[in-house]
Write a new protein. Structure first.
Lengths: 172, 388
């Protein structure tokens, strides 16, 4: 199901944990699809000195978090902002297609953490980092069709209008 | 180390005795049971022998009530679509539940798109449908009730006999998807008051590729496959004789060993339930322990996700199944678990653990030890766990 690089990062994730007095924290999550990630940053001289993650999710979500932290560590904030979800998936040498949208959120969490740091520095008050109840996210989060990648409407969550495929569960 | 298979709900290995008769059957080059020469007649005899054994397994009065199919899914499609199309002059309303297998859900969806009306009943938090709700859902237009005998994710058994009594009284046909029950729990189509019952041979260690449908005599039903007059004109196509011969052996052994297997499986399940608190905290048992299959337990491990649990257990050579959205093709939480009132996050951490005759108590302990480690690892990584 997953390639060797993904399995390695899943089984031996790098930089797991929290940073107590983090300079920036970013959270993304979508329990409807299944994954939530939190990224903690320690910034020194506009550079990511330390980075840690906590993730609730499937194998690919954990591997993405681990790979992302390795990619971001030591980078300047400007460099880190350039890291995209696609870059992380590429560094992992690919993810299953149906996992690309829901599990590949690492860079989003990183960018939020950087934003959090910059907001704090500029004294912009924001209500964060938020730690909402899982189901509270459900309504405004998006899911994508595992077959054609088009966003799935909440009105008909079991059917992809774009490719006309049913999305109910797999058979036993 | 040998793999511990705790995923019997997905597939069962063939029994050695079943393998033996099937290998012999392949060597024998049996002819087509529909042919009228001696070789064909002999093949037909083997086919009918298997049908008789199956009738015995289900408590059917007449072996002609047994239709062999290619799998449980075909049986279910046949029951639902065949009855709907043959009886639509009487009405176009069908009653079912929210926790059925996709074979039922999608067959009914297909019929809905053709103008049939479907009422899907909820289950209570224990996973069971209330027969009174079935009674209330009946209309003059109702032609069929289709409710599963046991659920493939939770193992919870439905009050089929009681619902059957209602259906009988109102003269409405009643189908039950008993794919995960037949051959495991004692079951009798007369006592259950069902008109149609779907089963699969692989559930009781027979071959995949053999399923069947019990159709009570006198039930109006159209074939799903049109063609020859095989299976008493209910299912065209040359029979899968080698599979059906293997199925006969599996059915015989299921009857012979039902009590001892049941006891063994039930002991394993009870051991697991009893020992779980020594190894884990914060989990939810989604199986109704009072009414359930002996070989299946569904648990939700809070704050972690099922696919990662399954993958890490797989690294320890332990096979289980998960119902997390991440692990299904659809990336959607299980409709069965959501019907029980579980939150999306809790549904994500769901494992389906299903035993077979070859599992031992030692397997359960090895599983528990491995699970404890896996859960610890994943919770240490989970942002939800800290907030708990």
């Amino acid at each position: 199901m997953y390639n060797e690089v993904v399995m390695d990062h899943f089984k031996n994730p790098r930089n797991v944990g929290e940073i107590e007095d983090a300079d920036g924290v970013g959270e993304v999550g979508n329990p409807l699809c299944g994954d939530m990630m939190t990224i903690y940053l320690k910034i020194n001289d506009q550079r990511i000195d330390d980075i840690k993650f906590k993730t609730f999710g499937c194998g690919s979500a954990i591997a993405v978090s681990s790979m992302l932290t390795e990619m971001a560590k030591g980078k300047t904030l400007e460099e880190a902002k350039q890291i995209s979800n696609k870059d992380v998936a590429q560094a992992l040498e690919g993810l299953p297609k149906n996992k690309l949208h829901c599990s590949n959120l690492g860079a989003d969490a990183l960018h939020m953490a950087i934003q959090d740091y910059e907001d704090k520095k500029a004294n912009v008050s924001r209500p964060g980092p938020r730690r909402q109840e899982a189901h509270e996210h459900a309504k405004d989060e998006k899911c994508y069709c595992p077959y054609c990648d088009v966003q799935i409407s909440e009105d008909s969550p079991d059917f992809c209008q774009a490719c006309q495929r049913e999305l109910s569960e797999e058979h036993e | 180390m040998a793999v511990i298979n705790l995923d019997h709900i997905s597939s069962n290995p063939l029994l050695p005795e079943v393998k033996e008769v099937m290998i012999e059957a392949i060597q024998n080059d049996y002819h087509n049971p529909s042919s009228q020469h001696k070789a064909g007649e002999y093949a037909a005899e083997l086919l009918e022998n298997s049908r008789n054994t199956t009738a015995q397994l289900l408590g059917a009065k007449d072996s002609r009530e047994i239709v062999f199919t290619s799998c449980g899914t075909e049986s279910i499609n046949h029951a639902i679509k065949g009855v709907a199309l043959a009886n639509e002059d009487k009405g176009r309303h069908i009653i079912t539940t929210n926790i059925e297998h996709n074979a039922v859900i999608r067959s009914l969806k297909r019929l809905s798109s053709q103008g049939f009306k479907v009422t899907s009943l909820p289950v209570d938090k224990n996973g069971r449908v209330d027969p009174a709700e079935v009674q209330n859902a009946l209309t003059r237009e109702t032609i069929l009730i289709s409710i599963m005998h046991s659920n493939n994710e939770t193992g919870t058994i439905q009050p089929i006999k009681e619902i059957g009594e209602i259906a009988r009284e109102k003269n409405v046909l009643f189908h039950t998807d008993a794919v995960d029950s037949v051959g495991i729990v004692p079951l009798d189509v007369q006592k259950l008051n069902v008109d149609l019952l779907s089963f699969s041979s692989n559930t009781f260690y027979g071959p995949t590729g053999v399923g069947g449908l019990y159709v009570r005599r006198g039930t109006k039903i159209f074939p799903l496959l049109d063609g020859g007059v095989q299976e008493n004109n209910k299912r065209a196509g040359t029979e899968n004789l080698i599979g059906i011969i293997g199925h006969k052996k599996a059915a015989e052994l299921a009857m012979e060993r039902m009590d001892s297997r049941f006891e063994h499986l039930n002991n394993l399940k009870n051991l697991l339930i009893k020992e779980l608190p020594q190894y884990l905290n914060e989990y939810i048992i989604n199986t109704n322990l009072e009414y359930s299959l002996p070989y299946l337990l569904n648990i939700s491990l809070r704050y972690i996700e099922g696919e990662s649990v399954m993958l890490l257990l797989s690294e320890e050579d332990i096979a289980v199944s998960t119902k997390s959205a991440c692990a299904t093709g659809s990336l959607r939480a299980s409709h069965v678990l959501l019907s029980l009132g579980l939150s999306h996050a809790d549904a994500q951490g769901t494992l389906v653990i299903s035993f077979g005759w070859e599992n031992s108590e030692e397997d359960i302990y090895r599983f528990l030890q491995a699970l404890q480690n896996v859960v610890q690892t994943l919770r240490a990584m989970s942002p939800l766990y800290k907030s708990a």
